[in-house]
Design a protein around this ligand. Structure first.
Ligand code: NAD
Length: 374
C-alpha cells in the first residue's frame, strides 16, 4: 500500500468509536464501497478501536495499535466518542480528551474545516427566517486548531493579596498564521473565490499580525477577493445574512465559537461533517481526520434513527482533501443533495411537511447509494 493511490489503492484507518458512531459509520462505508466501484479506485480500511469502546476492550481510549494504523494510512475516518458510561473517569482518561486531543497532536492537525450548510429544502430547520435565506447557505469555516489562546503559555492562576488572578496567553506566530491562511485561500479557490478573515485587529496584537500575514498570503492568490471582519461583527452578520459568507478563516478561539454558531444556524448537527488537516504529502494532498461535527448522541444510540449524512459527507471531504478524488467527492455530495431534495428525512430533520418521508439511518444510507447509482 502506498500513500499515493498507486499499487493496490488507498488506505484509511476507520475509528467508529461509541454511541451512534458505529451505526452511521456502516452507512458511510457502504457509500464508500459504491463510490470506489463507480470511479475505479480502491480504499482499504483498517478498523481500529477508539474512545469508550477501546477503554472497555483494552483499558485506554487511544491504543498504540490504533495510532500505528493511523500512521500507515492516507487519512482517518472518525465516528464519535464518549458517553455516560465513561464520564466518571479522570479527565485525561475520558474518551474525548484521551483520544481526540492526542490524535490532533500526533498528526499535527492544525486546520479545522467546518462546513455550515443549510440546504434550500431544509431552511425550515434553521432558526433563521426563510426570507433571509431564500436559497439556504453554504459556508466553510477554516479554523486554526493547534495555536492561539488555548495553547499559549503562560497560563495559570496565582494569588495576589486577597485576590486570585487567572491568565491565558494568546500567541500566534507568522508561520502558524501563514499555513492556515494558505489552506483557506486554497479552499476559496475551489469555491466562489471569496474569503473573509475574521479577527479582532482593533484590540489584539495577534490579530494585527494575523491581518498582515493574511494580506501577504493573499498576494499568491490574486483571484481570491479577501475581506476582513471583526469577530463581533462576524457573529452578528452570520445571524443576519449567513448567505453572504463563503469561506471564512479565523483563529482557534473565534473559530470555536463561530463554527458552533454556524452549526446551530444550519439546523441539524446530523448534517455537518468536519475535517482536521495536517501536513501535505508529495502530491500536495493533506493527511486528515474526518468526522461528523456532532458527538456520540447517546440519547438516540442503538435506535436506528441517527442521521448518517454527516458521516457520509465526512467521506466526501476525505475523498477531496486526502485522496484527491475530487469527482468522487462531488458525486457523494450531489447524491446527498438529491436525497434531501427527494424529501427523505431522518427524525432530526423531519418536520412533517408535505412531501417528506421519515427514514431510518439505514434507509438514508441506502438512498444515498441509490442516488449515486443513477
Ligand atoms: P451530541 O452532538 O452527541 O448530541 C447533541 C444533540 O444532537 C443530541 O440531541 C443528539 O441526539 C443530536 N445529534 C447529534 N448527532 C446526530 C445525528 N447524527 N443524528 C441525529 N441527531 C444527532 O452532543 P452531546 O450530547 O453534548 O454529547 C454526547 C457525547 O458525545 C458526550 O460524551 C460528548 O463528550 C461526546 N462528544 C464527542 C464528540 C466527538 O467525538 N468528536 C464531539 C462532541 C461530543
Amino acid at each position: 500500500m502506498s500513500k499515493t493511490g498507486e499499487g493496490d489503492g488507498y488506505r484509511i484507518a476507520v475509528l467508529a468509536g461509541d454511541g451512534i458512531g458505529p451505526e452511521v459509520m456502516i452507512q458511510a462505508l457502504g457509500v464508500l464501497d459504491v463510490v470506489c466501484g463507480k470511479f475505479g479506485f480502491k480504499v482499504e480500511r483498517e478498523r481500529c478501536l477508539v474512545g469508550g469502546a477501546a477503554i472497555d476492550a483494552v483499558g485506554c481510549p487511544l491504543p498504540e495499535d490504533t495510532v500505528t494504523s493511523c500512521e500507515g494510512a492516507d487519512a482517518i475516518l472518525f465516528g464519535s466518542v464518549g458517553g455516560p458510561k465513561w464520564e466518571g473517569l479522570p479527565a485525561d482518561e475520558q474518551p474525548e480528551r484521551g483520544a481526540l486531543l492526542p490524535l490532533r497532536k500526533r498528526f499535527g492537525l492544525f486546520a479545522n474545516l467546518r462546513p455550515g450548510v443549510c440546504m434550500r429544502e431544509l431552511r425550515g430547520a434553521s432558526p433563521v427566517k426563510d426570507e433571509l435565506i431564500p436559497n439556504g447557505f453554504d459556508i466553510l469555516c477554516v479554523r486554526e486548531l493547534t495555536g492561539g489562546i488555548y495553547f499559549g503559555e503562560p497560563k495559570g492562576r496565582r494569588d495576589e493579596g486577597d485576590d486570585v488572578v487567572a491568565f491565558d496567553t494568546m500567541v500566534y506566530s507568522r508561520g502558524e498564521i501563514e499555513r492556515i491562511c494558505r489552506v483557506a485561500f486554497t479552499a476559496a479557490m475551489g469555491r466562489s473565490k471569496r474569503l473573509v478573515s475574521v479577527d479582532k485587529a482593533n484590540v489584539l496584537q495577534t490579530s494585527v499580525l494575523w491581518r498582515e500575514v493574511c494580506i501577504e498570503v493573499g498576494r499568491d492568490f490574486p483571484e481570491v477577493e479577501l475581506t476582513h471582519m471583526y469577530v463581533d461583527n462576524a457573529a452578528m452578520q452570520l445571524l443576519r445574512r449567513p448567505d453572504s459568507f463563503d469561506v471564512m478563516v479565523t483563529g482557534n478561539l473565534f473559530g470555536d465559537i463561530l463554527s458552533d454558531e454556524m452549526a446551530m444556524l444550519s439546523g441539524s448537527l446530523g448534517m455537518l461533517p468536519s475535517a482536521s488537516l495536517g501536513g501535505k504529502n508529495d502530491q500536495g494532498l493533506y493527511f486528515g481526520m474526518y468526522e461528523p461535527s456532532g458527538g456520540s448522541a447517546p440519547d438516540i444510540a442503538g435506535k436506528g434513527v441517527a442521521n448518517p449524512l454527516a458521516q457520509i459527507l465526512s467521506v466526501a471531504m476525505l475523498l477531496r482533501y486526502s485522496l484527491g478524488e475530487v469527482e468522487a467527492a462531488a458525486a457523494v455530495e450531489a447524491a446527498v443533495s438529491a436525497v434531501i431534495a427527494s424529501g427523505m428525512r431522518t427524525k432530526d430533520i423531519y418536520t412533517g411537511s408535505e412531501g417528506e418521508t421519515l427514514a431510518t439511518t439505514a434507509d438514508m444510507g441506502q438512498a444515498v447509494i441509490t442516488a449515486l447509482d443513477l
